[in-house]
Structures are given as structure tokens and as C-alpha cells.
Design a protein around this ligand. Structure first.
Ligand code: ADP
Ligand code: MG
Length: 313
């Protein structure tokens, strides 16, 4: 099996989408952009030993790689459209490749994303990146820098599910047979809040996805928007197998954090029901330049560690 066979066998699929003028096969892909839209472009990488263990299931690795990129596109309120894949393999294992591409392409199909190209190489360490390209109506993307004082802070879903599943894996020396179905899903098949975010875009001033921890992402919004925030931890839905401190600072939830002005809260609630997705008001943006945490009325100490950073010491 050579490079061309790998691309042909595992990554070239028929599709029916008039936006793709040239897909896999030429030196580069060509797509046609919808009228009145801007491109929204992101990339996310996964490295063996860093983002997943040697024992991780190939299907889950592929699915999660696509899902983590979708989460970034969702956080902009954009519609995901086209992806390219960079794959570095340290061994050639056909059944691994089949499972990996099944996971990746299953997740892509759910969100109408088409794989239009990539690069396949050999190397010492198994790693892969997707570049995902989406579209959004001109000027309508949600930015980290547009939070306003008095906006209410919302999160989608429940946080800490991935961290709890990861605890379970660590306790069993990464034997995946011990994961329940919901733990497997939390770690490897995170929901991407794409359709909800596309509609919330009309309401939210700012948004970010929670890939590196709720507190960490809130700090980023506050710094970018030059505002502060108060959070009420009693209103944060989290996985009860771990503590609220761990849930607030753990990564890989791929939920969204959004700030929404008061007069649009009713509409946000309707969208939450329409999309069958929990949307919880967990705090408020303030004029200060600090983030404060409350348990009910009581101010509680701010944790030293707020979230994941690859290069923090
Ligand atoms: P070149 O050497 O000109 O860069 P390649 O042989 O790397 O071309 O790739 C041939 C075609 O296959 C290109 O269209 C490229 O985008 C696509 N491709 C390569 N690797 C992948 C991959 N892992 N997934 C999807 N498409 C790929
Ligand atoms: Mg190439």
C-alpha cells in the first residue's frame, strides 16, 4: 500500500455538493464561496501521548479530531463546510486507518463537511491535524472581544464529563473496556453545538468554546473584551463524579460559553428548547477587570490553576 492507495482507499469518498469544484486529486482543492459570506478558518492538532493514549480507539481519534475543529467553527457561529487533513503515521496499519477514517468521516457527514484534501506522511510520532473552513454571513461572526458589561454568561450542556471519563481511564491504566458508553462519548465523540450556535449568533455578543477549561476560557473573553465577570458556581451544571473546581478547570468539554444581553434572554431560552440543549445562566459580565467566583452569596477563593496550557510551567 502506497501513499496514493491510502488516500484513495480511506479518505476519498463520493459526495454531492456543488460548492466543491475540485476535491481530492489535484494539487489543491477549489471551492466556491456562497454570496455575501466570509470564510472562517480553524485548525486543531492531535498528538499521540499528548491528546490521546496509545490505547485510544482509532474511530474515536478520528471522530474527536473533526469534532474539536467543529467546536471552534461553532464558537464563531459559522457553518462548517470543507476540511483538509494532515496525517503523520508511524506505522501502516490498514484496520487502524479504516477505523480512523470511519470516525472522522462519520462526524464530518453529520455536519455536512466535505474532506477536500490533505497531506499524508510517515514520521516518528502519530499525529494529525484538520483544517476546517466554514462560512458566515458578512460581519456576523461571534468574537471573543465583544462581551459587554451586564451581559449574562451562558454555557451549553454540562461540563466535566470528559474529565470524569479521563479519571476513570487513568484509574484503569487506560483500559478502554472500563469506559461506559457515555464516558466513551464524552471523551471521543463530543457534541458539536453547531446548529444551536448558528442561531445564537443573532443574540450573543461574544462566544468561545470550552476546550481548555471554563474558567480559562472566561478569562480569555474578559481579557479580549476588557471586562470582568462574576460566576455563581451553584448555577454551573457539572458532572458530580468530580468536584466543581476540577470541572471548572478541566479541558475537552467542547461546550460553548456565550455572553448575551438581558433583553434577548427569552429568545435564547426558546433556542435552547428548540435545539434540546441545556443553556445555563452562570454569571454576568461586569465593568471590573477581575473574574470573581461566588457560591450563592459567598465570594470564594480563585483557584491557582484555571485551565490547560501546553507550555505553562
Ligand atoms: P502533492 O504531492 O501534490 O501535495 P499529494 O500526493 O500529497 O499531492 O496528494 C494528492 C491528493 O490527495 C491531493 O489532492 C491532496 O490534497 C490529497 N490528500 C493527501 N493526503 C490526504 C489525506 N490524508 N486526506 C485527504 N486528502 C489527502
Ligand atoms: Mg502533498
Amino acid at each position: 500500500m502506497n501513499e496514493k492507495d491510502i488516500i484513495q482507499t480511506y479518505f476519498t469518498k463520493d459526495f454531492d455538493d456543488h460548492s466543491v469544484i475540485e476535491g481530492i486529486g489535484d494539487d489543491a482543492a477549489i471551492v466556491s464561496v456562497s454570496n455575501g459570506h466570509e470564510l472562517v478558518i480553524t485548525t486543531d492538532t492531535m498528538v499521540e501521548g499528548k491528546h490521546f493514549s496509545k490505547q485510544a480507539p482509532a474511530y474515536g481519534i478520528g471522530y474527536k479530531l473533526m469534532a474539536s475543529n467543529l467546536s471552534d467553527i461553532a464558537a464563531m457561529g459559522a457553518s462548517p463546510r470543507w476540511a483538509t487533513l494532515t496525517l503523520t503515521l508511524n506505522t501502516l496499519n490498514p484496520s487502524w486507518l479504516q477505523e480512523f477514517s470511519n470516525g472522522l468521516l462519520d462526524c464530518a457527514q453529520i455536519h455536512n463537511v466535505i474532506l477536500i484534501g490533505g497531506d499524508t506522511t510517515s514520521g516518528d510520532c502519530l499525529n494529525m491535524s484538520i483544517q476546517l473552513i466554514g462560512e458566515v454571513s458578512n460581519g456576523e461572526a461571534m468574537l471573543r472581544s465583544h462581551a459587554q458589561a451586564n451581559d449574562k454568561i451562558f454555557i451549553t450542556g454540562v461540563i466535566g464529563n470528559a474529565a470524569s471519563a479521563l479519571d476513570q481511564l487513568r484509574n484503569s491504566e487506560f483500559n478502554h473496556a472500563y469506559l461506559s458508553e457515555s464516558q466513551y462519548a464524552a471523551l471521543y465523540m463530543p457534541q458539536s453545538r453547531v446548529s444551536l450556535a448558528i442561531e445564537l449568533r443573532k443574540l450573543a455578543n461574544a462566544a468561545i468554546d470550552i476546550s481548555d477549561g471554563l474558567l480559562h476560557e472566561l478569562e480569555i473573553i474578559c481579557e479580549a473584551s476588557n471586562v470582568g465577570a462574576t460566576l455563581n458556581l451553584e448555577n454551573v451544571p457539572f458532572n458530580n463524579n468530580i468536584s466543581i473546581e476540577q470541572a471548572m478547570t478541566a479541558g475537552e468539554d467542547y461546550e460553548l460559553l456565550l455572553t448575551i444581553p438581558d433583553h434577548l434572554l427569552k429568545q435564547a431560552d426558546l433556542l435552547s428548547k428548540k435545539h434540546n440543549c441545556l443553556l445555563s445562566n452562570i454569571g454576568q459580565i461586569t465593568n471590573s477587570n477581575t473574574v470573581e467566583l461566588y457560591q450563592g452569596d459567598q465570594l470564594i477563593p480563585y483557584p491557582k490553576y484555571s485551565g490547560y496550557d501546553h507550555f505553562a510551567n
